[in-house]
Structures are given as structure tokens and as C-alpha cells.
Design a protein around this ligand. Structure first.
Ligand SMILES: [Zn+2]
Length: 483
């Protein structure tokens, strides 16, 4: 009997292996084939124009009294001088004082417009930690250095360059094109929110919206040697909660077994022990579908068989913090406060936990999860400050996604394209009222070591990469307007 069962189990296992191999064999690449197109000749004066924008420190500070409005005025004056066709031929409006909205009216009002986004502000620098002056825009022949080259003046100025080029060629789009440049993305994006509200009031229904977010990665997607262009189709939500506890104080020479600090510490410990469940969201499922066929054997078998190896894939993801963040709402205790003196028992303690919500995990659901994990009525939980529910998921079968995909393949023929989930937040979050098709991608080409430069020290962009960015937006606009 046992022999029979073993035999049967062996046969089943063999059959299962065969099915898995066949599924891997049948995986078809989802990369589209388009003939590469030469990007238009981009002169070195384009680099000078980007350098000029980097030299204007439009820095966003959390303490908004530190923001210098004169820098934003200077940037606008600078753009007007350097992109004369854009400023003379497109309608221009300002929102939230420095948020810029341009409208390039199309010849066919029946076509839905598109929105190309970028932001004007940059994060502060720690000047002494840079090898170069962060605002001198030094060009060493290979790289242009400076705050904002990768986030996000590179995209901002590249979009303007491409529009200026098309205008000077006499190009007139069939479809209306909006250029939407928020002024405070780094501190919450009031500018973008105001621009999105204005577009919504105008009744705009955008065919698609393209904003910063994901990039072209080199050497960052395991097992893939080619560059991978990741297109964010959703972004995680943002929630901070305060845990607090009031408890009897007194002299530290006669403490009770429990104190405000011990109760709160236990609560924080429970929260980090009982993490929200992992799950695959549509953006990550689509990432697996797009990347699977590009992965070499035998690893391809795993990615072709998510239906049965989902648990193993989750394990692979969970091995790194960035991978785990793609399949889980993350839980990060960031602030802990209690006590004023070494010999006094504090009467209260508080902790802040920052959570990044996976699509499907609403703030309400996660707060209930935290309550269950802590399971102590003495600890109060409340949401505080900035809150974003997870963004809706944009489809990958839309015209917008296909246009972006085609434009990437034309400009970067060797590149593998994959949708994914963006872990950070962006201005495009506010645009869900005007389009279902919101994509988070700007063609910065990054290697692993570049990640630390964004919001860090020694930010820089490769000059050739920047020229290609202009070519990408130039193609994108042409592809979007059927010309
Ligand atoms: Zn940015």
C-alpha cells in the first residue's frame, strides 16, 4: 500500500514538474518590437540650459518659512528666457503661487489630452558632505553634478527642451498636451494638488499622466543583464500613527513592575513582531509577468509558476527590505519619546510608527491590524499628519501605457520594460481625479550606487543620458499625438 502511494506521489511530482517546465517554455516575451529611431541631434547648449536651472536653488524645507520665494521667481524668469517658444506659444497659468501649468492646445478637441509632469523643487543639501558645490552645476565632460539633476530638474528641463524643439520644427499636436510642474513635491505637493484640481475644474479627462517615479535601472533587477525600465502603475500609501500611553509616574527609586515606557515599548515590540500579511498586488503580478520571460533558465521556471510557487517567490522577495516592501505594508517605528529626568518615572510615553500601505491595505484596515497586534487598551492609537491611501492601480492595456512602452523601446532599444509598484510618493498621486492611466516613470538611467545620490550627496547625471531623456520626451509627444 505504502509503495503504491509512494509510486503515485512520484508520478504526480513528475507530472507537476513537467507542467511547470512546459509553462516556462510557453512564456512569451511581453517586450514589443519596434525599430529603434535615432534621437534628434541634441546640442551641448541643452546641457548649459540644464546647468543654469541646477544653479538656482529652489529648495523645499519642511519648515516652510525657510523657503526662498525669490529662487522660484528666478527659475521662472530663467525658463522664460531659455524656452522662448514654450512661453510665447503655450498658455501659461500658475497655481499655489509657483506651480506652473502650460497648455499646448491640440488641433483635435475630440482627443483626450495628456499630462507630462515634473517638479521644480529640490531637497536641501548638507553642503560640507558634497565633493562638489551642489549648486554650481559642474560639468566634468561625463557628468553634470548638482542637486536636482536626478530629482527632478533633469526631467523638468528635458520636457521643456523637447517641447521647445518640436515648436521650433513647427510641430502642432493633434492632442492637447499639458505640462504640469509642481513647486513643492518634496514637502507634500500642494502645487500639484492645486494644478490637478484646476484641470479637474476644466473638465479635463487625460488619456494618460506621466510623472517621475521609477527609472531605467542597470544591474538592479536580479538575473537580468539588460537595463530594465520600470514603469510605476501605482504607489504605496503613507500613514503615520501615534501610539501613546499615560501611566502613573513617581520616583524612580520605587518603580512599579510596569511603567509608561515599558507598556509602550511592549506595544512597539508587538507591532514589529506582527507585521501585516504579505500579498501580491496587480503591479507586482505584472512585474513578474513581464520579467519572467526575460529571466534565464532555470530560474524562469519559478517566475512562470507563480500559481504554485507564490510562497517561494514571496520568500525570495522578503530576503531584502526593498523586496519585502513590494509585497507588504511596511512598519517602521521612527520616533520614541518619554521622560524628562533620569530619576522621575514619566507619566506618558509616545511612539510614532510610519507605515507604507500596499494597494488593498487601507489605513482603516491597518489601524485595526495594529490594535489587534498591540492588544492593550492602555495604548491609544491614532493617525497623525500626512495621510495618503494607496493610489489606484493603473492598467497596462491602456493606450498611454503602450505609447510609453513604445517610446522607451524606440529610444532605448536594449531595454526590458516592466510595470511595477512604486514605494515612494509622488505628485501624480493627486491626479487620480482626471485620469485612470497614471504612470510613474522618468528615463533617468541609474546604477545601484546612484540611488544614494538621490536626496543624498553628489547627485549627478550622465550627459549622454540626459540627451537621451530629451529624445525620449520628443518621441513620446510625437507618439502620443499620432505623428
Ligand atoms: Zn522627485
Amino acid at each position: 500500500m505504502i509503495k503504491k502511494i509512494l509510486k503515485l506521489a512520484g508520478a504526480l511530482l513528475l507530472a507537476l514538474c513537467a507542467v511547470m517546465i512546459v509553462k516556462a517554455l510557453l512564456l512569451k516575451s511581453r517586450q514589443i518590437e519596434v525599430p529603434p529611431l535615432c534621437i534628434p541631434e541634441i546640442s551641448d547648449s541643452a546641457i548649459l540650459r540644464l546647468a543654469g536651472a541646477i544653479q538656482i536653488p529652489t529648495v523645499s524645507f519642511e519648515d516652510t518659512t525657510q523657503i526662498d520665494p525669490l529662487q522660484f521667481i528666478a527659475l521662472h524668469d530663467y525658463l522664460e528666457v531659455n524656452f522662448p517658444n514654450v512661453f510665447s506659444q503655450l498658455k501659461q497659468e500658475k497655481y499655489n503661487r509657483f506651480g506652473l501649468l502650460f497648455e499646448w492646445t491640440g488641433s483635435n478637441p475630440k482627443l483626450n489630452p495628456i499630462v507630462l509632469m515634473a517638479h521644480q523643487d529640490v531637497v536641501p543639501v548638507v553642503a560640507g558632505e558634497w565633493g562638489k558645490d551642489p549648486f554650481s552645476a559642474e560639468n566634468d565632460g561625463t557628468f553634470l553634478w548638482g542637486r536636482g539633476t536626478l530629482d527632478d530638474k533633469g526631467a523638468l528641463i528635458a520636457i521643456l527642451e523637447s517641447v521647445e524643439m518640436l515648436l521650433s520644427e513647427g510641430f502642432r499636436p493633434e492632442r492637447t498636451i499639458f505640462l504640469a510642474f509642481g513647486n513643492d513635491e518634496e514637502i507634500g505637493g500642494k502645487g500639484a494638488r492645486a494644478i490637478a484640481a484646476a484641470l479637474s475644474a476644466k473638465g479635463v479627462e487625460a488619456e494618460y499622466v506621466l510623472d517621475e517615479g521609477m527609472v531605467i535601472t542597470r544591474g538592479m533587477v536580479p538575473m537580468i543583464n539588460k537595463p530594465v525600465a520600470l514603469i510605476g502603475t501605482s504607489e504605496k500609501g503613507y500613514l503615520s500613527v501615534e501610539l501613546s500611553c499615560d501611566f502613573e509616574g513617581g520616583h524612580s527609586s520605587t518603580p512599579k513592575p510596569e511603567t509608561a515606557i515599558s507598556i509602550l515599548s511592549e506595544a512597539v515590540s508587538q507591532v514589529t513582531k506582527h507585521l501585516p500579511e504579505t500579498h501580491f498586488t496587480d503591479p507586482v503580478n505584472n512585474f513578474i509577468r513581464y520579467i519572467g520571460p526575460e529571466i534565464p533558465w532555470p530560474a524562469r521556471i519559478v517566475f512562470a509558476n507563480q500559481w504554485i510557487l507564490g510562497g517561494l517567490i514571496k520568500k525570495i522577495y522578503s530576503q531584502t527590505p526593498a523586496g519585502d516592501a513590494l509585497i507588504r505594508t511596511t512598519t517602521a517605528p521612527t520616533i520614541l519619546q518619554a521622560g524628562v529626568k533620569d530619576n522621575i518615572l514619566p507619566t506618558s510615553a509616545r511612539a510614532i510608527i510610519n507605515l507604507r500601505l500596499l494597494p488593498g491595505d487601507s489605513s482603516k484596515k491597518i489601524i485595526t491590524h495594529l490594535n489587534n497586534a498591540i492588544n492593550d487598551k492602555r495604548v491609544r492609537i491614532k493617525a497623525i499628519g500626512f495621510l495618503h491611501e494607496p493610489a489606484p492601480v493603473s492598467p497596462i492595456h491602456s493606450a498611454g501605457f503602450k505609447i510609453i512602452q513604445k517610446s522607451i523601446r524606440q529610444t532605448y532599444p536594449e531595454t526590458v520594460i516592466a510595470p511595477t509598484l512604486m514605494l515612494a510618493t509622488s505628485d501624480s498621486y493627486y491626479y487620480s481625479g482626471i485620469s485612470k492611466n497614471i504612470y510613474k516613470f522618468a528615463p533617468y538611467q541609474l546604477e545601484p550606487e546612484d540611488l544614494a545620490r538621490i536626496h543624498g550627496n553628489n547627485e549627478r547625471i550622465k550627459i549622454d543620458d540626459y540627451k537621451q531623456m530629451i529624445g525620449f520626451y520628443y518621441r513620446l509627444i510625437r507618439n502620443s499625438t499620432n505623428k
